[in-house]
Design a protein around this ligand. Sequence first.
Ligand code: SF4
Length: 92
Amino acid sequence: MNTTTTNTSSYIPTDKQYPKLSKATSGYLEIEHFKNADLHSGYFCYNCTYFIEPNHCAIVKDNGPDVYNKESRVIAPYGLCTLWDPNEEETR
Ligand code: SF4
C-alpha cells in the first residue's frame, strides 16, 4: 500500500518564466531628489530584495511608463514601488 501523502498542489513550479510587472502596475516611481541620498536607509530599490544591480528588478520591467507616466528605461537604485521588500544585507 502506498502511504505517501504528497500534495503536489502545495509546490510552486520553478520551471516557468513568469512575465514581469509593468512599472505602472507595481506603483514604481523615481524621485530625482533622492539620487544622492543614503540608499541604505528608507524605502529604495537599492535595498530591496528584488533589485538587480546596477539598474534592474527581478519582478518589474525596465521599460514603460511609471505611475507619473515618465519613462527612464531603468530601475533606478533610488526608485521605489509598492512591492518593496527589505534586503536585510543592505538595509540599515
Ligand atoms: S522596490 Fe523592489 S520590487 Fe519594486 S521596482 Fe524596486 S527593486 Fe523592484
